[in-house]
Write a protein that binds this ligand. Structure first.
Ligand code: GLN
Ligand code: ZN
Length: 765
């Protein structure tokens, strides 16, 4: 007798029409009440559970919903809200929740809390290697835990009242501690485990008493390089949790288990979920090591991408596991939070490409089909899926002979500039005659309401092309004139015509399609709609040359051409799973290389290739870093490789931990790199100094995330600090990042002070 179950680790919560976003923003504006926001959450949960039940899932997953972030919800659940917020007993849980998420603002609250240690929001950082951002718990020696939040238990009751059988989901205690930050330096988060575990146990007992059949406990850190003490802690922790009597499905995802495989299989839990997409090669070992009657849950449907599952391959992988074990659970590899909700309303999507895709809802159907087929039923959906997979595999829209030939014929030195940096620097100095401490910006200027309105009207078809172009040209002229008046040395055109730095290029490159509603939560109410890269990438025609040449025609100063780099385009899109990411990056690099060549041929002497996502592409496991960094930096160099010695290549990266990848940053061999450093008070630059970073650097001298106008003295102080670390001859002066989210008034005031500070530096030296 064979038993098959299907379940999911989590579901998108934002809603098909981003209802959660609408509800949140209305509440934050003060337009709706707490009760109205709660009602919106209740409606979304009910709808999403109904979809799960409708797809034949015996258990719906409860606890994946959050008004802002699941980690923040756990902070409340376990009563460890940081004391610095100074919450009083009168504030409601939701008020406190949003204060942690968004900071306390005197302008939106009747009462100014003004906590002694400030009340800025919790830090936000990336959830493993996804583009989802979670709120970072703050832990210290005095952190205490209590079972404080009733929300999870209430949601369980809500689901049960709707007639569902429930699997609750929780972030596991070790992952929860791992994700937090230590408030005092040297504080060991792991030391809190002893205090935390009784609260988990109490919660598990309550869930069990409430009739919850299974509790999924997520420990994705089992896929990381863990310090030995953390590995050791698992056994004792789960032995204690087992005392609750709850049936635990331990969930791992995003990464192979490797040296933690034996550990994960040994833990005293009722079931283990593994990522069958990213760690398919471990399935046999897990199957062997996981002793019956423990349940194996295989994450066979890709929760990180939007392609249909190859069901035949999946069945081939699963059938022997089912034979051996007699029971198997089938699931997506991870929570479906990371994919859009449904293809149903994607009416504008190319029908052929659409037939290859599966969003969260379609992934639920895939689970149902797999379950039926593995159970021996004849399922028509299997034939349909097979046809879609075959059509994708042989489509000439996916595979271009020209692109393949170009990759084949790529000469060995294509990723090298002609001369070494020192020579190029001399040639470029002679060409551009820039003063010491040259000033520039990162690319975008304020995206005003007028700009956005014009772009939207053009997209709707309400503004004819010629009018749209002249509106954008006027915006560019405006930006150029302002920069000249400010006395900036290297100008930009301002990116008025760009909606988004990846979408702008994706829309013009072959191999991409765009969804209408393919939103994925990034954090809180913020969503992104990643482009879908489905086929070989090629550039039909120049993408930025006209705008840039127009800008250059308006000034005698150099105007910097502005491109997005191949790794960032790759990282911020849903990309194909039928070839290595390295090859996709290379194809994008070749297309962008043509743009570099065309800009150069059109007389643009300085070209910036933005790579803010280079670091975030790092694999979760250190052992894979070298391989990734090798192809990622090569892709950048291939893009830049079209530049002659006299053409100056800039790159830009936002705030990131650069210290452990400095050799690879240097290997990009950009003539100038601009980075975000002001928030670290230039500390980020120390690593570059110690490494003796050879090329020029523009450390950001003010934070563009705030409307505050930095003073000339403050900027000068930062520049002096920078000049102690980096040779003055290699220093540039610029803001931290692009200015598109700022208004013109503060932008001009800040840049005027920045230019004044650079002039002071020149005068003193
Ligand atoms: N050139 C882009 C801009 O200025 C860079 C944005 C980014 O670094 N994310 O907006
Ligand atoms: Zn940036």
């Amino acid at each position: 007798m064979k038993t098959l179950h299907t379940h999911i680790l989590g579901f998108p919560r934002i809603g098909a029409r981003r209802e959660l976003k609408t509800a949140l923003e209305a509440f934050w504006r003060g337009a709706t009440s707490e009760a109205e926001l709660e009602a919106a959450g209740t409606a979304l949960r009910a709808r999403h559970w109904a979809m799960q039940a409708g797809a034949g899932l015996e258990l719906v997953t409860v606890g994946d919903f959050a008004f802002y972030d699941q980690v923040a919800s756990h902070i409340q659940l376990f009563g460890c809200e940081p004391a610095r917020f100074g919450f009083d007993s009168a504030s409601s849980p939701l008020t406190r929740y949003f204060a942690m998420a968004r900071g306390e603002r005197s302008d939106c609250c009747a009462k100014d809390y003004a906590a002694p240690h400030g009340s800025h929001a919790l830090d936000m950082t990336k959830w493993f290697d996804t583009n989802y951002h979670y709120l970072v718990p703050e832990f210290g020696a005095d952190t205490a835990f209590t079972l404080a939040g009733e929300r999870l238990l209430a949601e369980v009751a809500e689901a049960q009242a709707l007639g569902h059988r429930v699997k609750a989901t929780l972030i596991g205690p070790l992952t929860f501690l791992w994700l937090g930050s230590a408030r005092e330096s040297g504080f060991d988060r792991l030391s809190l485990l002893e205090k935390l575990l009784p609260v988990y146990t109490a919660l598990l007992m309550r869930l069990k008493a409430q009739g919850v059949e299974w509790v999924q406990v997520d420990e994705p850190i089992l896929g990381l390089d863990l310090p030995q003490e953390w590995r050791n802690a698992f056994e004792i922790a789960y032995w204690l949790l087992a005392q609750s009597g709850a049936r635990i499905m331990l969930a791992t995802y995003f990464s192979p288990l490797e040296e933690n495989l034996g550990l994960a299989c040994r833990l005293p839990v009722a079931g283990l979920h593994v990522d069958g997409v990213r760690a398919a090669h471990e399935l046999t070992s897990v199957c062997d090591w996981l002793a019956l009657p423990k349940v194996l849950s295989v994450g066979i449907v890709d929760g990180r991408n939007i392609w249909r599952t190859d069901l035949d391959t999946a069945i081939g992988l699963l059938a022997p596991l089912l034979d051996k074990r007699g029971e198997l659970w089938l699931a997506p590899s991870c929570s479906l939070l990371h994919v859009p909700l449904s293809l149903a309303d994607e009416s504008a999507l190319d029908p052929e490409v659409r037939s290859w895709m599966a969003f969260a809802t379609e992934k639920l159907d895939e689970l149902a089909t797999l379950k039926a087929a593995l159970g021996g039923a004849i399922v028509p959906q299997l034939a349909e899926a097979r046809a879609a997979i075959a059509s994708r595999a042989r489509s000439t829209r996916v595979h271009s002979d020209a692109v393949a030939a170009r990759v084949q014929a790529l000469p060995a030195g294509a990723d090298r500039r002609g001369a070494p940096f020192a020579t190029r620097q001399a040639v470029q100095r002679a060409r551009f005659q820039l003063p010491p401490y040259p000033t520039t910006t990162i690319g975008s200027f304020p995206q005003t309401a007028a700009i956005r309105a014009a772009r939207a009207a053009f997209r709707r078809g309400a503004l004819p092309l010629a009018q749209y172009q002249s509106a954008m040209r006027a915006e560019i002229a405006h930006a150029v004139a302002r920069q000249e008046a400010l006395g900036l040395d290297v100008l930009v055109h301002g990116e008025a015509e760009r909606n988004d730095m990846v979408e702008y290029f994706g829309e013009q490159l072959d191999g991409f399609v765009f969804t209408q509603h393919g939103w994925v939560q990034s954090y809180g109410s913020r969503c992104v709609k990643p482009p879908v890269l489905y086929g070989d990438v090629a550039r039909a025609r120049p993408m930025t040359v006209d705008w840039t040449v127009h800008a250059q025609g308006l000034s005698a100063r150099p105007v910097k051409g502005m491109l997005t780099g191949p790794v960032t385009i790759l990282q911020w899109s849903f990309v194909r799973d039928d070839q290595p990411r390295a090859l996709t990056a290379l194809q994008i690099a070749l297309a962008m290389r043509d743009e570099v060549a065309d800009l150069q041929a059109a007389g643009i002497g300085i070209i910036q290739i933005d790579e803010p996502a280079l670091r975030e592409g790092l694999p979760l496991r250190r052992a894979r870093w070298d391989d990734y960094l090798a192809w990622a930096t090569r892709a950048f160099r291939i893009t830049a490789g079209a530049a002659q010695d006299a053409t100056q290549i800039h790159t830009h990266m936002c705030y990131a931990e650069f210290n452990d990848i400095l050799p690879q940053i240097a290997a990009l061999d950009a003539d100038v790199i601009t980075i975000e450093t002001s928030r670290s008070d230039m500390a980020l630059l120390d690593g570059f100094g110690q490494y003796r970073y050879p090329n020029a650097i523009g450390p950001g001298v003010y934070d563009i995330h705030s409307p505050a106008v930095p003073g000339t003295d403050a900027i000068e102080r930062l520049l002096r600090k920078a000049a102690q670390v980096i040779p003055a001859a290699n220093l540039w002066v610029n803001p931290d990042c692009g200015l598109k989210t700022r208004g013109w008034a503060e932008t001009e005031a800040a840049l005027a002070n920045m230019v004044a500070a650079a002039r002071r530096m020149r005068a003193h030296d």
